[in-house]
Design a protein around this ligand. Sequence first.
Ligand code: GRF
Length: 191
Amino acid sequence: MNPRKKRIAIFASGEGSNFEAIAEACRRGEIPAEVVLLVCDRPGAKVMSRARRLSIPAVEVAPAEFPTKEEYEKWVAAKLEEYNIDLICLAGYMRIVGPHLLALYDNRILNIHPSLLPAYKGKDAIRRAFDAGERDYGVTVHFIDASLDGGKIIKQKKIPYSGSDFEELEKMVHEVEHRLFPEAICQVIER
Ligand code: GRF
């Protein structure tokens, strides 16, 4: 067993509540790891202000400024190497990871998705499930593969809800996310 704490990079594009939940769980000692880098692909996203508040190093990068996706991922990979990253957590990262990063971090990239995968892959999963009149919602943490929200499931939690208040449901889902992602990270680290 390597006694060194695992070094996590989080990739995020927006709000960043999962980023913060993971960083705080690490600081409380609930995960034997530390969040040492945020990679944000949407300059100006709210997650950046959370990183500043938590004093976590962050890079903002606009993929459109690179000639190809591979060039973008090579740039990101160099940052990951610079920070000696062991594990990548995708927390609201609105982009499919390409073959370059996948090969470098095989079985070391986790994603969180607000549905009971394989149901409701893709954007607006909670809204689509709600509009379809589901009674069981959920959260899944999984290893990624080359497909959208695909890959081996690490942890999944069902959330029964039969109410009619979408905001209430969304809040419940996010609260579960903030617990499930840290638990899944622990499971992966301790495997
Ligand atoms: C979460 O619902 C996550 O499951 C999905 O994107 C959302 C990100 O929320 N992949 P936040 O940015 O962590 O607040």
